[in-house]
Design a protein around this ligand. Structure first.
Ligand code: C5P
Length: 230
């Protein structure tokens, strides 16, 4: 395939206070990872994607079971690899597994388990259109303050701010080179690619691509999938 997706699922999910690593926590009948892979299956039905799942060491078999359930027709395009201590290390581990012919790499958080296929389509189209990096964004709903030592030191103009989601998409050569050079820690791949001097463009994200982080987020995800499973 010309397009690959790295699904980062190696986080511990401390803030979720669950027993399993976050991506293996159930939302309804299936794990978060499984839900994320269903989204990828919907995208892959037109153009098969190479899928690299990055998991906590020891969860390789669990991830393969989820892949068999969600991506039965493209099992030979799936690989599973252990991640690292940071998200950035986990993405780097996934990048090492990308097939030589791949030209576009998407990086997706398993924790954004309910991301609709349309977001993937917009990101892939923008990279195909020539963008070095693409990030789906949604408007910021809260009023944002800069706070230092308990004091509000500045109000920030919300109208110029956006919240970044995933999947983020990149020209494969750009992402490889940016990762090879990166020394600092970045919270997302778009920041790492921008720091390497590349233009990153924004496309419309989706409220359903929210990241499941806290127990309240998990409750919301449960409520959203319950009607589908009935
Ligand atoms: O912790 P946070 O929710 O920001 O993590 C975002 C995504 O990165 C999650 O899907 C998580 O599994 C993944 N991650 C990872 N390896 C780490 C830390 C986070 O794959 N060491």
């Amino acid at each position: 395939p010309r397009v690959a997706v790295i699904v980062v699922a190696a986080g511990s999910g401390t803030r979720l206070r669950a027993r399993a690593p976050k991506a293996f926590v159930a939302v309804g009948a299936e794990s978060m990872l499984c839900h994320a892979l269903h989204g990828i299956a919907a995208v892959s039905s037109e153009n098969p994607l190479q899928t690299v799942i990055v998991v906590p060491p020891g969860y390789e078999d669990a991830a393969l079971d989820d892949a068999r359930a969600a991506l039965p027709s493209s099992e030979d395009l799936v690989s599973v690899t252990p991640g690292g201590a940071t998200r950035q290390e986990s993405v780097a581990a996934g990048l090492a597994r990308i097939a030589p012919q791949v030209e576009i790499v998407l990086v997706h958080d398993a924790a954004r388990a309910l991301t609709p296929p349309e977001v993937y389509a917009r990101v892939i189209a923008a990279v195909k259109g020539g963008a070095a990096g693409v990030v789906p964004v949604v408007p910021v709903v809260d009023t944002i303050k800069r706070v230092e030592a308990g004091r509000v030191v500045a109000a920030v103009d919300r109208s110029v701010l956006s919240a970044a989601q995933t999947p983020q998409g990149f020209d494969r050569a750009v992402l490889d080179a940016a990762y090879a050079e990166a020394s600092d820690d970045f919270t997302d791949d778009a920041a790492l690619v921008a720091a390497a001097g590349h233009d990153v463009v924004a496309v419309e994200g989706d409220p359903m691509a929210f990241k499941i982080t806290t127990p309240a987020d998990l409750d919301r995800a449960h409520a959203l999938v319950a009607p589908r499973e009935r």
